[in-house]
Design a protein around this ligand. Structure first.
Ligand code: PMV
Length: 352
């Protein structure tokens, strides 16, 4: 390929109103249900990818080998390896193996065996209830594709990002985004429902109730979904709820959006709690936050919760309700928070 150059991609995380939970068999992350999210402007992953020149060299950051067993990935230091730094550190074995596997998929797709150096930073703390895997794999897909000499369109980038993490497929587009539950790699990609300027008053206040790392990742959790007796019922209920969310986005109707989002989060967590083995992501503080959001609504403030695969609570409100929501989070929950609004899609810059 041409002279080594470095590509930087920026992707925002997203919060789903209709959650993706449960995959089709296989390792393509093909969801069983449609999911709909908002891209979050203030939660950004910035990832730089550059080709590692062939030939003997000092590795700058330790390193993952293609197809290496995780234990080898930590110690391998040959020029045939990728180099990965996330948040200034070499990731742990599992995260490193997942990143290298993803780069292998990108290389197969591009028909290019180039080793890559990856340096990635989040603008938000990891483990704070915002899926860094969504922004992380979206940014990595875009930067790696360009570093491998390819320029896919948004639908193709979304398919590629999905191979890293299902929710990452949605972070390619800005504003309000739906991931279609296609049953093939080709059919399963995200589409934009409305851009980030379509509803600028909408806010997501993320109450950080715990930043401990979760014991079961969502990647493992998806595999348990179908073991819940409630899963079939959830899948039957989603089409009507997803239509309510699409209509709410079109009409900019927070109470329509919020009521569907609360229902969907509770439905997903009910599936999690009744899986075998059960997955319980909530803590006492999660339940306190749910009650506090309901209390705000009784006071006439439009605020609604949604919760991902963790204990932290996202509170959807309008900018007019922001002071009431943030005061509640600070004073009643004694929690820190992040404020986000609809954000842009993927941005890519390159230097030669
Ligand atoms: O993309 P994953 O594998 O991290 O799964 C995302 C799961 C949820 O965040 C709980 C729901 C969603 O649609 O984002």
């Amino acid at each position: 390929m041409s002279a080594p150059h470095s590509i930087t991609a920026r992707a925002c995380a997203n919060i789903a109103f209709i959650k993706y939970w449960g995959n089709r068999p296989g390792d393509l992350n093909l969801p069983l249900n449609p999911s709909i999210s908002m891209t979050l402007n203030s939660c950004v992953t910035t990832t730089t990818v550059e080709p590692i020149p062939a030939g003997p060299q000092e590795p700058q950051a330790v390193v993952g080998a293609q197809h290496a067993a995780p234990s080898r990935a930590r110690t391998a230091q040959s020029a045939a390896d990728d180099e990965v730094l996330i948040g200034g550190r070499v990731p742990g074995e599992k995260a490193l193996a997942r990143t290298v596997n993803f780069l292998d998929a990108m290389r197969r797709w591009a028909g290019n065996s180039q080793r890559l150096r990856v340096i990635s930073e989040n603008s938000f703390p990891t483990g704070c209830g915002i899926a860094s895997s969504a922004s992380g794999f979206a940014a990595l897909a875009a930067a790696a594709a360009a570093a491998l000499g390819k320029h896919p369109d948004a639908a193709e980038l979304s398919r590629l990002a999905r191979l890293g993490s299902g929710s990452a497929a949605r972070s390619i587009m800005g504003g309000f985004v739906e991931l279609l539950p296609g049953d093939t790699h080709q059919a399963c990609h995200a589409v934009q429902l409305a851009d980030e300027n379509s509803w600028p008053e909408l806010r997501d206040v993320v109450a950080i109730l715990s930043s401990e790392e979760k014991t079961t990742s969502s990647a493992d959790g998806h595999k348990l979904a179908a073991t819940s007796e409630l899963f079939e019922g959830r899948l039957r209920a989603i089409p009507a709820r997803a239509q309510q969310v699409r209509d709410a986005i079109r009409r900019r109707d927070l109470s329509m959006l919020g009521s569907a989002s609360e229902e969907d989060a509770l439905s997903m967590h009910a599936v999690m709690m009744t899986s075998r083995p059960p997955l319980f992501y909530w803590t006492e503080r999660t339940i306190r936050a749910i009650n506090a959001v309901h209390a705000l609504r009784r006071r006439g403030i439009e605020a609604f919760f949604t919760i991902d695969a963790g204990p932290n609570v996202h509170i959807l409100c309008l900018d007019s309700g922001l002071d009431a929501v943030t005061s509640m989070v600070r004073d009643e929950l004694a929690a820190e928070f992040i404020i986000a609004q609809p954000g842009p899609g993927i941005r890519v810059e390159g230097t030669r």
